[in-house]
Design a binder for this molecule. Sequence first.
Ligand SMILES: [Fe+2]
Ligand SMILES: [Fe+2]
Length: 378
Amino acid sequence: MTHSQKEHSVDQSTTHTETATSRRSFLRGGLAIGSAGAIGAGLLANGLPAFAAEKSSDITQGDIAILRFLAAAEIIETDLWRQYNELGGIPDSEVPGGSGSAPYITALEVLDGDMSQYIHDNTEDEISHFKFINAYLISKGADPVNLDKFRTLPSSQVTGAQNIGRITNLMQLTVDTSWWTKYRSRTKNPDFGDTFPQAIPALSKGQFPAIPRNNADLNSPDHVQAIANTAGFHFAFIEQGGTSLYPSLAQRVTDAEVLRILLSIGPTETAHFQTWHDKAGNAPPLTDPTNGLVFPNLNAPPFGGEDFQTNLIMPEPTVFLSRKFPACSIIRPTETKGAAMGALKALTDDGLFIGQSKEFFAVLHTLAVQADEAQRGY
Ligand SMILES: [Fe+2]
Ligand SMILES: [Fe+2]
């Protein structure tokens, strides 16, 4: 596929003018090649979404758009979790690649002795999420999502990492740690416009590695611990994002089976989040001697007290839908309007895409716009 053809595909996917003929040729091409990953060199491949009107079993354009945005999000999650697994998890046949970094694993284990297992299992889950959603899209005659052409960012140079192109950058993160206070508030909700203080203010401002960038990063134990602490808070940031994204988008799904997919995957993101919420609370207070990054004692002022105990890992009840109702223990936020674009902005602000091309941002923007245009019944 030529560059101009790819751009044409991206444009066309916004116009909703696909014909049955082109859909059939896409299906033939897909079957001939034999796997979703091999279809075309571009991310949107060469086919376009099918339409509800064409066949009664088909899903709506809106459902396809929502699933395609989620597939992209899951590919992004997989790319970042694979990097964590190579160095801090358990490389094996389920999650291949890398050979581990002993100093990094030792530092992660300060947060919990099972960190490597949890990193592995979270990674395996993300792989299963994007593969399932893409396979489901194909089964409905719709395009899977393929971001392989954007695997252009460098790997860590530390011993234990694979040296391959990445979609995401884990070495310049600006981690939003307000999930810590958001889930502990009894009176505020982001869906009411409320904002929440950062648990680790310094981490939300600068740019910090969440994996060792090279072997020199392993020289200072406190620096390695700061990197592991950063990862610990980043794990929870990523998974609380997924925890909100699925229920937010589910409100605009039309087909009951597509709704079932969102309602079945979303809570696994919540299972991840709660695990990471628990582990982040064990990150030891310290100051990174190489860059001054401070991890404060979260059991001391301005935190501390019953609602800020580091062993609180379940959501506190808070205001939901209207202040006239009693407080409710809920996922937050779940506002559906603009949910996909909000997720994309959060990932971008996180620094995950530093170094990515303009085309990458354009493609992700298009997928988010289409997902946010989806409405129930369309
Ligand atoms: Fe996921
Ligand atoms: Fe996830």
